[in-house]
Write a protein that binds this ligand. Structure first.
Ligand code: FES
Length: 175
């Protein structure tokens, strides 16, 4: 009866579009535009002896290319490629215990690195990096490069950690 006195309400479409604009703006603000694939201090992967023809995939939500900060504090742990030849191969990954965390660190694409908790969030089996994703051998859970669930019996993602190449060392932020 008093509808003509009520303020006009925005349509659902207008609300969604407004939210999308806000989300994109926050992303650009938070990640500086999600820039290039390699850190400015990173050596080209070909120059480091990594075989870029070894395979690998990029089927996850990100390409795993993070840039290490200029100042690495004690929360970053060094993982030398020379001591971890499985990590030096594109598409390779290694199980590592760093700062008390059980991790898998992987190179999904040339010069790009990711790290996730190794214990599957279903029943704790060790996941491994295979064909561009983290796979659990026990009941088939699959996780993307960020640890998000792709499929499987668990809805819980793997915790992920920043990882970046600098020279011949992969740095993983464990804290
Ligand atoms: Fe990984 Fe069951 S323990 S899927």
């Amino acid at each position: 009866m008093h509808d003509d006195l009520a303020p006009p309400s925005p349509s659902r479409r207008a609300l969604l579009e407004g939210g999308l604009r806000l989300g994109l703006g926050l992303c650009a603000w938070a990640c500086g535009g999600c820039g290039g694939p390699t850190g400015k201090d990173s050596a080209p992967v070909g120059a480091s002896g990594v075989d870029s023809a070894a395979g690998g995939g990029d089927g996850g939500a990100t390409d795993g290319c993070a840039e290490a900060p200029d100042a690495l504090d004690a929360s970053w742990v060094a993982v030398p490629l020379a001591a971890n030849p499985g990590l030096a191969e594109v598409g390779g990954g290694v199980a590592l215990d760093l700062s008390g965390r059980r991790l898998v660190v992987a190179q999904p694409s040339a010069g790009c690195f990711v790290a996730v908790d190794r214990a599957c969030t279903h029943q704790g089996c060790d996941v491994a990096f295979r064909e561009g994703r983290f796979l659990c051998p026990c009941h088939g859970a699959a996780f993307d490069l960020d640890g998000a669930v792709l499929s499987g019996p668990t809805p819980v993602p793997l915790a992920s950690y920043p990882a970046a190449l600098r020279g011949e060392v992969v740095w993983v932020k464990t804290g």
